[in-house]
Design a protein around this ligand. Sequence first.
Ligand code: 8IG
Length: 278
Amino acid sequence: MSASTNEGLYLDPMKTAQQGAEAIAQRTGIASHQIALVMGSGWVSAADALGTPHHEFDTHEIPGFEAQTVLGHSGKIRSYVIDCDKGAINALVFLGRTHLYEGKGIEPVVHGVRTAVKAGCKVIILTNACGGINTAYRVGQPVLIRDHISLTATSPLSGAQFVDLTDLYSKRIRAIVKNEDPTLEEGVYVHWRGPTYETPAEIHMMRTMGADLVGMSTVPEAIAAHAMGAEVLGISLVTNAAAGVTGEKLNHEEVIAAGKNAADRMGALLKGVIPKLL
Ligand code: 8IG
């Protein structure tokens, strides 16, 4: 689909998200979901740990989504019923996402989380695979996002919406997750447009600025969800040392493999914390 075709689709992005939410309610028979998870590269098997989804469908069945093509991003939406002592929680899981580097603009990047919030979700969990800038990080290590630095010069918001971002990555939720797994560290995530990885000099600059992690997602979704009043948790899986850290070159297959290996641990963590977040 060309960018010009998309323009009409996102002329009123909140209306498109509302239509998406209504289609999900119709498709699942569930009027309202409470929590949404966006699974990044290699995180799909962590979603499998949530159990058997009650529904799974292609994103392109829902208004505002297009087919996704990037390796490791399958473009599916699942609806789970997670039983816990609070009763049943309805969780929406997005397998795959749209990235800024795809060149379709910012609206498709945030359409999923906007749809999830319109579908009732008050908590949005954003996962990703990323490069480790902090030299203390190891490949396969999950890190909670404490804050971000945006280097894309792009916001999902326009107009006079001066949204405060001081608690963008909810302190309340991070405390709950760290209580569940005290070994988890927190770091600052840099959003880089891509699709090229950084140069070693750019990674040096980012480290100097106080960054720990670098990737090509999550930040616009976090902002869009927060602006709509949802609480955000961000978890990065370090799948490679950032450029220049080890002298090795970066490749996408390595990323997928590291994600698969950490998925079981992350799946169990997510399943354990979800009932405690709502
Ligand atoms: I996975 O090293 C993954 N995504 N920008 N840099 C950027 N994005 C990434 C990287 C990385 N690794």
